[in-house]
Design a protein around this ligand. Structure first.
Ligand code: AHR
Length: 521
């Protein structure tokens, strides 16, 4: 967390006022090393994420296996360390065995989570191949909804076990002798949610996931296991859910999974942009719960947060109702959760990533949900092009340049009042020093609708500095979107006017803007 400095700039801004903010960055004043895995993604068997998303045999760019080359290239550019798969709600009634062996023998199943048909053309072998293509690693979720311990341990052994025993030999027969050695495993998905197939109480889930963890550790002590926390901070069971689940599992898991999606159904931008403060408090509360359980258990073990689903999700809610209510039967790979993101969502995504950077001490993994077509920064047309949504850009630049050590900034910014989170600063900023110690990168959002913020960032303990890169995203229309026809309408543009003088970085943040500024030191 940054430190809000009282005094200059606090209090509501008046119309006509010129806004000014002060920030201090000190080389020795750091939060934690940022875990690169906070730039991970999530791919679910849902809508067109897989079929006509990453996979479309017959597409002009498809490889021999049917993976779209154009999509792979745009995904790869994001440099996601991990991709979570295969769900999501989908996993809670998924039979992983349906997706192995000859394709012609794989069954089509009804997917109860999204009311669609799953052909199982893509299964674990194909997903692992795709991970290699886009240069990422798998984070696999186990079905603890409709299934349980036995299927979970079998799947883990199928993926990671040696040949010479049943599951490894079956994997070899299906074309892969070498174990994949997948390290990260999710013990179910959103098990607190009434919508989940096989929802459980915290005690039921805590017992089950603890036993599954025990079995998986008996197979391989070094696996990294993620236990389900709350689906969002409005769940009636939050945060008692986390306490109970951790009471059962604390010593046997490494991460607690949290999810949150932001919405602006009321078209209230001021409140919408305050949601990152809700996110910050959500993380802070759960960090406290983890600490309480750790103390109760006199444990030396650490559990961190894995924020394995986050994004904006609401634009498509109305249009999805017919399919989700079963009014269209069981369609195969229909258009579902195809949110089209606007400029306002750029600010939201930037704010979320800034929050994860400032919480680098406890958030060690985060997955943007999702990657392609389904609430995604990347969209495709069957037989047609791939294109980037507005939100692709803050994710890309933060993933590329937000790696290193998070700086604990002292920030003095004017604020405004919100229902959502009380007083919220107009300026949101995160700072990162790269591992080589050559660059500091700031990611900043101006939440003000019509005032620029002139910002002075005092760079203390750093050698002579100069601006090496400055990218700005702003647009007069918050609702403006990119489309297949106009894919580059909203994209970063080089910023102007930023300079370092006498150890102070001076920059101006236009109203409603996101920007990245990199300073060589
Ligand atoms: O990402 C879409 C859905 O959101 C996931 O399937 C589920 O885990 C969450 O509710």
């Amino acid at each position: 967390m940054n430190v809000m400095v009282e005094g200059q700039g606090s209090g509501a801004a008046q119309a006509g006022e010129v806004l000014a903010a002060r920030v201090t960055a000190h080389r020795d004043y750091t939060i934690a090393k940022i875990d690169d895995r906070i730039y991970s993604g999530f791919l679910e068997h849902l809508g067109r994420a897989i079929y006509s998303g990453i996979y479309e045999p017959g597409h002009p760019t498809a490889d021999a296996q049917g993976f779209r080359g154009d999509v792979a290239e745009v995904v790869k550019a994001l440099q996601m360390p991990f991709v979570r798969y295969p769900g999501g709600n989908f996993v809670s009634s998924y039979n992983w065995e349906d997706g192995i062996g000859p394709r012609e023998d794989r069954p089509t199943r009804l997917d109860l989570a999204w009311h669609t048909s799953e052909s199982n053309e893509i299964g674990i072998h194909e997903f692992m191949d795709w991970c290699e293509i886009v240069d990422t690693k798998p984070m696999l979720a186990l079905n603890l909804g409709s299934r349980g311990l036995d299927e979970a341990r079998n799947f883990v052994e199928y993926v990671n076990g040696p040949t010479g025993a049943y599951w490894g030999d079956l994997r070899k027969k299906n074309g892969r002798a070498e174990p994949w050695n997948c390290r990260l495993w999710c013990l179910g998905n959103e098990m607190d949610g009434p919508w989940q197939i096989g929802q459980k109480t915290a005690h039921e889930y805590g017992r089950l996931s603890g036993e599954v963890a025990k079995a998986l550790r008996a197979f391989d002590k070094s696996l990294e296991l993620v236990v389900c926390g709350s689906s969002n901070p409005k769940m009636p069971t939050y945060p008692e859910w986390e306490r109970i689940v951790l009471e059962h599992t604390y010593e046997s898991v490494d991460y607690l999974s949290l999810h949150m999606y932001s919405q602006n159904k009321a078209k209230n931008t001021a409140e919408y942009l305050a949601l990152s403060e809700t996110l910050d408090r959500y993380i802070g509360t759960i960090q406290s719960v983890i600490n309480v359980v750790k103390a109760n258990k006199r444990s030396k073990h650490d559990v961190a947060i894995c924020f394995d689903e986050w994004n904006v999700w609401y634009h498509s809610h109305e249009q999805d109702k017919a399919i989700l209510q079963g009014m269209e039967g069981w369609p195969k790979a229909p258009r579902l959760l195809e949110d089209i993101y606007n400029f306002e969502d750029v600010l939201q995504v930037g704010l979320t990533l800034n929050t994860f950077i400032r919480r680098a001490d406890v958030v060690k993994i985060a997955c943007i949900a999702q990657i392609v077509n389904v609430i995604a920064p990347i969209m495709t047309e069957p037989g047609g092009p791939v294109w980037r949504q507005t939100t692709y850009w803050p994710f890309l630049l933060t993933s590329l340049y937000g790696r290193g050590t998070a700086l604990r900034l002292a920030v003095a910014s004017p604020t405004y009042d919100t229902e959502t989170a009380g007083e919220v600063p107009y300026l949101d900023i995160a700072g990162v020093q790269d591992d080589a110690g050559r660059t500091i990168t700031f990611f900043a959002v101006n939440r003000h609708p019509d005032r620029a913020i002139t910002t002075a960032v005092s760079l203390e303990g750093f050698a002579a500095a100069k601006v090496v890169d400055h990218q700005v995203m702003t647009h007069p229309d918050l609702r403006a979107v990119n489309t297949m026809e106009q894919p580059d309408l909203i994209a970063p543009k080089p910023g102007t006017g930023a300079a370092v003088e006498g150890g102070i970085l001076h920059l101006t943040l236009p109203p409603y803007s996101w920007q990245m500024i990199r300073v060589g030191v």
